[in-house]
Design a protein around this ligand. Structure first.
Ligand SMILES: Nc1ncnc2c1ncn2[C@@H]1O[C@H](COP(=O)(O)OP(=O)(O)O)[C@@H](O)[C@H]1O
Ligand SMILES: [Mg+2]
Length: 311
């Protein structure tokens, strides 16, 4: 349905996307995950036909976005990561405007608009001014707009960011409905856990390169031996951090407020041995636990290079 093929994008001399290739099959809900600056929006904008690739291309239902952009665009609904300002425009007027853009015959518009607003749970906001809607509602209105031409593929750039928990649940329900309608859905996020439960597959991008792709359980299995440990100690944390650095199974050490976290590539016995060794070396450990689900530790592990540079 969507095929990214050897994609490169340079901004001047800066390479934002580098030899990126992956497939999204029909009916998949694909989570496109990566930290800020990884290249998600760049890739998505190229797919939506808003940006030109430096090299490589994206095929949408077989159409090359760079060679046949108008054909490719018909299959894509794009929900950007920002929402513009629409002064003095009501929800239905906004939708009507975009129906015009997509050349929906005037006689059909009312029905199209009513159906879409119902789908995104905004039927009771028809006469509200767009600018007065909450963030979650604007997000859903954007989604309704992206669906006007009934595209087979829906691409949403960071749709869940900045939503409160309730809006998030509502959003997830809508994704489920769209999935049941047979749409192919691509959702980007910088938070893996935000997507894990709604996606069928996940692709992790880091510095413009795809580091892994698979079903949530495949990714989990891939690195299931990896866990994240949290320690609290009395005394100098730096000394403990230096001890941890010597251990080959320990990686991605971070220092929080009064605690240390690290990734640990070993089984339970080895964790116990690590604790024993610290205690034997006179470290006063008063807290030692395995934190976050595996998914987040996998993400930390896969994206560690980036983290180091952000410090
Ligand atoms: N118009 C631009 N000009 C120069 N650099 C850009 C531009 N857009 C994005 N970048 C850079 O490209 C990289 C990827 O950006 P982006 O695709 O927005 O990442 P993401 O959406 O994953 O956060 C970042 O380092 C960003 O600073
Ligand atoms: Mg982005």
């Amino acid at each position: 349905m969507l095929k990214v093929d050897g994609l490169y994008k340079n901004y001047g001399s800066f390479r934002a996307v580098s030899d990126l290739s992956f497939h999204v099959e029909k009916g998949e809900v694909f989570g496109f995950v990566g930290s800020n600056g990884a290249g998600k929006s760049t890739t998505i904008r190229i797919a939506a036909g808003l940006l030109k690739a430096t090299r490589g291309t994206i095929y949408v239902n077989g159409f090359d976005v760079s060679k046949e952009p108008s054909k490719a665009k018909r299959f894509i609904g794009y929900v950007p990561d920002f929402f513009g300002v629409y002064e003095d425009l009501k929800t239905t007027e906004y939708m009507n405007f975009y129906c015009g853009v997509h050349k929906v015959p005037v006689a059909q518009r009312r029905e199209v608009i009513d159906n879409l607003l119902e789908l995104v749970n905004l039927s009771d906001k028809k006469d509200f001014y767009v600018d007065a809607l909450s963030r979650g509602m604007k997000q859903r209105l954007c989604l309704a707009r992206a669906l006007i031409h009934n595209p087979e593929i829906l691409i949403m750039d960071e749709p869940a960011s900045g939503l409160d928990p309730r809006a998030r649940v509502e959003f997830r329900d809508i994704v489920k409905t769209l999935q049941n309608m047979g749409k192919t859905i691509i959702i980007s996020s910088h938070i893996l856990l935000e997507l894990a439960e709604m996606c069928t597959t996940i692709g992790i991008i880091e510095k413009g390169v795809l580091v892994t792709k698979g079903t949530v359980s495949e990714i989990q299995k891939q690195l299931s031996h990896l866990s994240r440990l949290k320690l609290k100690v009395i005394g100098d944390m730096e000394i403990v951090i230096n001890m941890l650095k010597e251990k080959p199974k320990v990686s991605d050490i971070t220092k929080g407020h009064g605690y240390i976290e690290c990734s640990f590539d070993g089984n339970d016995l080895e964790k116990a041995e690590l604790l024993k060794e610290l205690v034997n070396r006179e470290v006063e450990v008063f807290h030692f636990e395995e934190t976050a689900g595996n998914l987040e530790s996998i993400f930390m592990h896969l994206t560690k290079e980036d983290e180091k540079n952000d410090d």
